[in-house]
Design a protein around this ligand. Structure first.
Ligand SMILES: NC(=O)C1=CN([C@@H]2O[C@H](COP(=O)(O)OP(=O)(O)OC[C@H]3O[C@@H](n4cnc5c(N)ncnc54)[C@H](O)[C@@H]3O)[C@@H](O)[C@H]2O)C=CC1
Ligand SMILES: O=C(O)CCC(=O)C(=O)O
Length: 446
């Protein structure tokens, strides 16, 4: 393929390079489709081959994680760090511990992260990492030893100006604490080599809440753009983790009616809307219950639906906040038949390609994760700058900056996504992220 490209050329090339990595192909094709015209319209982009260079991770580190469980048995897992693109700043992105973790999933997450981080306007590059380790049912000591073994390998590849990991699925403040402790002991230095730290050792206010809160700030910007408000809107949320519960809380605080939450075992439905107090209860107790949602259901008298996703409930706004490809084309059709008005991704790539096409065809405003869930990494970026200057912003300052960043991302989507009298948020986010990365790559040469 020469510098000139069209989507079919790109598709043939990427399929040839990574034939078996379905999630990575899904994510790279989705962006290429939207940006290929911008690429072709700019000679410097073509001359520097930025589209293809942005579609290959700069580095993938793959290592074994060997540790002792509570029975004194050796366990071996696989760990990865995908340093996708470092043009605009230190590699930055979360770590995921889940049995489904593989190279394709981490590569797609790192790829998305590069574009997302570019949209924040902060100097942070894109990365993602993790291990095929299932923390469910493990003792606290086992989690600690696993985190230490994982960091024992990862620490040689990260640092405040090199690569700064954070949390993702199954990696929260406890795991970040254990990994940070190991990093500090080995390197004999305090430094912002991880974000999502506890407030007592360099963490930032609002980081825990940031992804979910940011999602609702984005929702408010989208609703304002369409002359609507969150008051009384029926909001269906999937997931019951960090992102889902904080999005639910902020939505309920602003008068939204949160009718569902879910996990991999089923979903909870409460037509009257889950109250702020009950959501706070779930946030505070999720580590103590085997299934926080059935416990919440018993507490408020809500219906539990085993082994089902929430997408056939009637809702105005859908916020998928659990995991990739959790909402498929059939679910999208059902939501649209039930008069869905808006969809914003809280998770990374929760909508399948078919689902996205359904939303696109119906012209339902669809905000992709790289724009709508960027609040978490944005506050991680602020945690890095607070660590570098040995200062801490107040809760109010950081929360206000989060809101400003989400509004700026919304504005970028509007400016780049105007299309036949409407806003194509997905295209707008892809083009805005691409331009920032491509311009920096051109400036830095090949
Ligand atoms: N934590 C963060 O700051 C950010 C997270 N994200 C994304 O948000 C999503 C959720 O992450 P967190 O809330 O941090 O993780 P978490 O570990 O706190 O929660 C994940 C939730 O999703 C549920 N879940 C997992 N697989 C599921 C499935 N197949 N069906 C239904 N539910 C399922 C789990 O039961 C859990 O309730 C992920 O896609 C993550 O990459 C995106 C931006 C930042
Ligand atoms: O805060 C971070 O660096 C990670 C956030 C993240 O993993 C994500 O945006 O998906």
């Amino acid at each position: 393929m020469s510098y000139q490209s069209n989507f079919d050329d790109f598709n043939d090339w990427i399929t040839d390079v990574f034939p078996d990595q379905s999630e990575y192909l899904q994510a790279t094709r989705e962006i290429a489709r939207d940006v290929v015209d911008v690429y072709n319209a700019h000679d410097p982009y073509k001359k520097n081959d930025v589209l293809r260079r942005l579609s290959i991770p700069e580095r993938i580190i793959h290592f074994s994680v060997t540790w002792l469980n509570d029975n004194d048995e050796v366990e071996i897992h696989q760990g990865w760090r995908v340093q996708h693109n470092g043009t605009i700043g230190p590699y930055k992105g979360g770590l995921r511990f889940h049995p489904t973790v593989n190279e394709s999933i981490l590569k797609f997450l790192a790829f998305e992260q590069s574009y997302k981080n570019a949209l924040t306007g902060l100097p942070i590059g894109g990365a993602k990492g993790g291990a095929n380790f299932n923390p469910k049912g493990r003792s606290d000591r086992e989690i600690m030893r696993f985190c230490q073994a994982f960091m024992g390998e990862l620490q040689r590849h990260i640092g405040p100006y090199t690569d700064v990991p954070a949390g993702d699925i199954n990696v929260g403040s406890r795991e970040i604490g254990y990994m940070y402790g190991e990093y500090r002991r080995i390197n004999n230095r305090f430094g912002g080599a991880l974000t999502g730290k506890d407030l007592s050792f360099g963490g930032s206010y609002v980081r825990t809440e940031a992804t979910g809160f940011g999602l609702i700030y984005m929702l408010q910007a989208v609703l304002k753009e369409h002359h609507e408000s969150i008051q009384g809107m029926r909001i269906g949320i999937s997931g019951a983790g960090n992102v889902a519960l904080h999005a639910a809380l902020k939505a309920a605080e602003h008068g939204g009616t949160v009718i569902t939450l879910s996990n991999s075992r089923g979903y909870l439905h409460y037509d009257k809307g889950i109250s702020c107090d009950d959501i706070k209860w779930a946030i505070n107790n999720k580590g103590k219950e085997d299934n926080i949602l059935t416990a919440l259901g018993e507490r408020i008298g809500a219906d539990w639906h085993d082994s089902k996703a929430p997408w056939h409930e009637k809702m105005d706004i859908a916020l998928p906040c659990a995991t990739q490809n959790e909402l498929d084309g059939e679910a999208a059709k059902t939501l649209l038949q039930n008069d869905l008005k808006y969809i914003l991704e809280g998770a990374n790539m929760p909508c399948t390609d078919d689902a996205r096409q359904e939303f696109e065809r119906s012209e339902t405003p669809f905000v992709p994760g790289k724009a709508s869930n960027a609040g978490g990494v944005a506050i991680s970026g602020l945690e890095m700058s607070q660590n570098a200057s040995f200062r801490r912003g107040s809760y109010e300052q950081i929360d206000k900056t989060l809101e400003d960043i989400m509004q700026s991302i919304h504005q970028q989507c509007v400016e780049e996504g105007k299309e036949n009298g409407r806003i194509n948020y997905a295209k707008g986010a892809n083009i805005a992220g691409f331009r920032r990365l491509a311009d920096a790559m051109v400036a830095q040469g090949v």
